[in-house]
Design a protein around this ligand. Structure first.
Ligand SMILES: Cc1cc2nc3c(=O)[nH]c(=O)nc-3n(C[C@H](O)[C@H](O)[C@H](O)COP(=O)(O)OP(=O)(O)OC[C@H]3O[C@@H](n4cnc5c(N)ncnc54)[C@H](O)[C@@H]3O)c2cc1C
Length: 666
């Protein structure tokens, strides 16, 4: 099937407005005749479900947690971008658009990104109206801070809990509709199959995770907002439950999967401490506003620190290498994540790492504490030369900005980050790839939409910080509610769809067969055993730096591991009730297919861009080297029975408004 992105004609700044003026609408009375399934109630799904119900549609919403409040979105720390220019520092819709396209290393679709920048300001207004407590300045106006890859301050935040506060806003909006009977909420339900009728998405098969019952649910359209697939690496900053099953099931039913190899490795995570870990912790990018990243300038100092013979605070300024400030003077510590991560890895690979494993760099707040403390002393008319006083005042200010993050670090590492620098290292964080969608956010399956992190749409090969929340909420509050009406308009007289149809029967049977296979398998190894093995292959050969040899090996190893998994996995307990091992088995089965496609995608993309770094394609300074002539396209993969047979479709990326140049942050 040829890809049609359905990008409207006309100048980029007018596309969305003109498009909205001319699409089909469903009148309010007819919306009552239409059912929509929303899988996922994180920021994307939650905002979509609330808005669609407010508009009058009948919504059935699904999440596998016990409440929409516990979606992975709740973990988001640092903030959400919007082009409001509150700081008067030169921001605009165009600049947000430009920064996002450049940040994504020119691999995003221009029209979608411009629309995202246009609606960004509405998101903040919507959330403030809901009562989301975004941080304010002394005078009462909303405050902003800076994030990587930009030269302006446009990030709105709620200390280090922005996702939680935004999710409470979306959740409250949903609850109002649940109370009105317009949203039927299915907590602890996992969607395990998509039902197609005459080629259109008309329902899902879900497992009630408490009773084990397999249920059929029908609708006129299905929206997937199931989050990202970073847990294919086993260790990531994602919530433990985050998985790819919903996205992968629709892929197997005909939704193309785009750019699976575009994965973001976040530079500021607490380093891995050993084999026993099942989760990694993010230290928000907001910390790079004030924290300075460095390693010892001399190898002997790095060695002494690793051996516990010296401490970070023993090193004088001249003996420190602030490598981001050195390499990228214009953006300094606020370069985009892919650039910062690679630079940290380069220093550690060269022997300058500062923890026992040699895989950590410092994130240091001493300078910020001194700067803030001195300013506070002046403002209060106190002695700005009193070091103790300045440190006390500065510490209070840093605490007010990042207190919960510092506390989290202290609890995990047992070291006080106010007095000695944090140790950080890159970790898997976000997946820019996902189900391919057109301008309407519809996948290649008619009636099946994909929003938030589960689609591929706006971030190209690298996402700028604070842009995921913006995209999820843009999709859910402001884009999908328009575009889905255009699709549903012809269905207003269709009536309820029966779940007795053979298509439901068949889909239900495939789910039951899969579960029976796992329950009867009586293998010898746990699901985690296989998941860890997959994660190791992914990190070693498909991780921060990839090469042809490693990718070819990964493809073979993942396929072999998948075979072993089906033969030898052991799922204890019963399928007739709560069984988290069974839940995991179903999810890991999908990761084992997705991982292979991921490596195949990375292998075919003979260039480096954003989070996809192929060692063969780099500049003399070790920067990513794109090949615009041959790879300025979205790689959308069609499922053909197994990952190795997937067929590549290309959506050319036309940069009509932004000139394609090699990215620089110097
Ligand atoms: C630690 C951390 C900090 C972050 N901080 C920021 C930040 O400061 N700013 C920013 O912009 N971004 C941040 N991000 C990224 C951002 O949080 C996510 O990209 C975003 O929240 C994803 O939202 P979502 O709604 O698409 O998916 P999620 O929040 O992951 O929600 C997925 C939903 O789908 C449901 N689901 C999944 N599969 C199924 C299924 N098969 N059946 C039923 N339900 C299903 C889940 O139950 C859940 O409700 C951060 C990410 C992490 C990991």
């Amino acid at each position: 099937m040829a890809l049609d992105s359905k990008i409207p004609n006309g100048p980029i700044a007018d596309k969305w407005t003109n498009y909205k003026d001319h699409i089909n609408l469903v009148n309010p009375a007819n919306k009552r005749n239409l059912d929509i399934i929303v899988v996922g109630t994180g920021l994307a799904g939650g905002s979509a479900a609330a808005t669609l119900a407010e508009l009058g549609y009948n919504v059935k919403a699904f999440c596998f947690q016990d409440s929409p409040r516990r979606a992975h979105s709740i973990a988001a720390q640092g903030g959400i971008n919007a082009a409001k220019n509150y700081k008067g520092d030169g921001d605009s819709v165009y600049r947000l658009f430009y920064d996002t396209v450049k940040g994504g290393d020119y691999r995003a679709r221009e029209a979608n990104v411009h629309r995202l920048a246009e609606v960004s300001a509405n998101i903040i207004d919507q959330c403030v109206a809901q009562g989301v407590p975004l941080a304010r300045e002394y005078g009462g106006l909303l405050d902003n801070r800076s994030f990587g890859g930009t030269l302006v301050s446009r990030t709105f935040y709620a200390q280090g809990q922005t996702g939680q506060q935004l999710l409470l806003g979306a959740y409250s909006a949903m609850n109002r509709q649940i109370g009105r009977g317009k949203i039927k909420m299915y907590n602890r339900h996992e969607m395990l199959e998509l039902v197609l009728i005459d080629g259109k998405a008309r329902g899902v098969i879900a497992r009630n995770l408490i009773t084990g019952e397999i249920e059929r649910h029908s609708a006129h359209a299905v929206v997937i907002g199931s989050g990202g697939y970073g847990n294919v690496f086993f260790l990531s900053t994602n919530a433990m439950g985050s998985n790819a099953t919903a996205a992968w099931k629709i892929h197997k039913k005909g939704a193309y999967f785009a750019n699976p190899c575009y994965t973001q490795i976040h530079p500021t995570c607490i380093p891995v401490s050993g084999d026993h870990q099942s989760k990694l912790t993010l230290m928000s990018e907001s910390l790079r506003n004030d924290g300075r990243i460095w390693v010892p300038a001399k190898l002997e100092d790095a060695k002494a620190i690793r051996e516990g013979k010296k401490k970070a605070t023993d090193l004088a300024e001249v003996d420190r290498d602030y490598f981001l400030e050195r390499r990228y003077p214009a953006f300094g510590n606020l370069v985009p994540r892919d650039v910062a991560s690679r630079a940290a890895k380069e220093r550690c690979d060269a022997g300058f790492g500062v923890n026992k494993t040699g895989e950590a760099v410092y994130l240091d707040f001493a300078a910020a504490i001194k700067r803030y403390g001195t300013e506070a002393a002046y403002v209060k008319g106190l002695d700005a030369n009193d070091t103790k006083l300045v440190t006390k005042l500065g510490t209070e200010i840093v605490k007010s900005k990042y207190g919960n993050l510092f506390q989290m670090y202290y609890k995990i590492v047992d070291e006080d980050p106010y007095t000695s620098p944090m140790m950080i290292y890159p970790a898997v964080h976000y997946t820019m790839g996902g189900t391919w969608v057109d301008y309407n956010l519809m996948t290649t399956i008619p009636g099946c939409f994909s929003i938030g992190e589960s689609n591929f749409s706006d971030h190209g090969a690298n996402r700028l910080g604070a842009s995921a929340l913006m995209q999820g909420l843009a999709d859910g509050y402001f884009v999908l509610p328009y575009t889905i009406g255009d699709y549903l308009a012809p269905d207003i007289k269709m009536g309820e769809i029966s779940t007795d149809r053979p298509e439901f029967e068949e889909a239900e049977k495939s789910v039951k067969d899969l579960i029976a296979n796992f329950m009867n398998n009586k293998g010898t190894h746990s699901v985690d055993h296989f998941h860890k093995k997959l994660g190791k292959i992914m990190w070693d050969k498909v991780g921060m730096a990839r090469n042809e040899k490693g990718l070819n090996e990964a493809i073979v190893e993942i396929a072999a591991l998948r075979e072993e998994f089906y033969k030898d996995v052991r799922v204890p307990g019963t399928d007739k009730g709560f069984n988290q091992e069974l839940e995991k088995a179903i999810r890991v089965a999908d990761f084992l297919e997705l991982g292979e496609l991921f490596a195949k995608d990375a292998l075919h993309r003979n260039e480096s861009c954003g989070g996809h770094f192929r060692e063969e394609y780099q500049t003399e300074e070790g920067e990513a080297l794109r090949d615009d002539e041959n790879f300025a396209y979205v790689a959308a993969w069609e499922y053909k029975g197994k990952p190795s047979d997937a067929v590549l479709h290309k959506e050319p990326l036309n940069y009509e408004n932004i000139k394609l140049v090699q990215r620089s942050y110097k």
